[in-house]
Design a protein around this ligand. Structure first.
Ligand SMILES: [Zn+2]
Length: 264
């Protein structure tokens, strides 16, 4: 499997990062993709990628909660890194109006600029959205380019939101531990759109699946999310693995990866 969204470079993992990677490999997770946050997270992310080559792959981008009055300086740093070496995607980018609406216009502008770079560089985008579907769709509508492809990570919207996203060819829904929560409305939404366009992720150290709520999340716990999806769609866990691995390989250009199931 591929954990398409994991922040294991954060200091929450400094004490046991190698063990976390070993746990992931033991569970059949062959790749862990690392979304960036802002200029303060780049060094740690690239160090984690260098420590686990062929397992960890870094992205580059500016997270919406780090967009403020100085976002242009932050974007200049992102751009410099994108020119220097290849990354597997542009992320995470998007809009977050849950924490703070002060920089709504700056968030829109930062998203539009990074979407433009992604289209030009033929890189997938990893979209973070919190209470901002309408605003994000507005930006997409304005700057849409048929070369755009990507994932709405930690998807938690309605059936309409899901359909709106999946109307765009090359777009996927990223599903994590929230789908295992008792009150989640996601199972019904997902049944309405099918499992063909889903990606698995953890968003570690955040959003651990049941039965690990309240603990630090890690890539190995993605097995619980996979199993819940299998239950929701009434298929075997292997069916979910194969579909999501194929999608992740396709989207993030990881074609050299050979899929291996280690499901017991
Ligand atoms: Zn994230």
């Amino acid at each position: 499997m591929i954990d398409t969204h994991s922040h294991i470079y954060l200091d929450a993992f400094d004490a046991d990062r190698s063990e976390i990677i070993k746990n992931a490999l033991d569970c059949g997770i062959q790749k862990v993709l690392l979304p960036n946050i802002d200029s303060s997270s780049i060094d740690a992310m690239l160090a984690t990628e260098a420590e686990f080559p062929n397992i960890c792959h870094a992205m580059m981008g500016l997270h919406p909660t780090s967009v403020n009055h100085s976002y242009k300086d932050e974007l200049a740093i992102v751009e410099k890194h994108l020119e220097k070496r290849p990354f597997c995607g542009i992320g995470e980018i998007g809009m977050d109006l849950y924490w703070d609406k002060t920089h709504l216009n700056e968030q829109k502008e930062a998203l539009a600029i990074q979407l433009k770079w992604a289209a030009e560089m033929n890189l997938p985008v990893v979209i973070h959205t919190r209470e901002a579907f309408k605003e994000i769709f507005d930006v997409f509508h304005k700057v849409y380019d048929p070369r755009l492809k990507g994932v709405f990570h930690s998807f938690s919207g309605t059936t309409d939101d899901a359909r709106h996203i999946l109307q765009m060819p090359g777009f996927y829904l990223g599903i994590n531990g929230t789908v295992t929560y008792k009150k989640s409305t996601l199972p019904d939404v997902l049944r309405a759109v099918g499992y063909e366009k889903l990606l698995l992720e953890t968003d570690a150290p955040y959003l651990p699946p049941v039965p690990f709520r309240g603990k630090r999340n890690e890539p190995a716990y993605m097995v619980n999310t996979r199993n819940r999806l299998a239950e929701i769609f009434n298929v075997t866990p292997q069916v979910i693995e194969e579909a999501t691995v194929e999608n992740a390989k396709q989207l993030f250009n990881l074609k050299q990866l050979k899929y291996q199931s280690v499901t017991k």
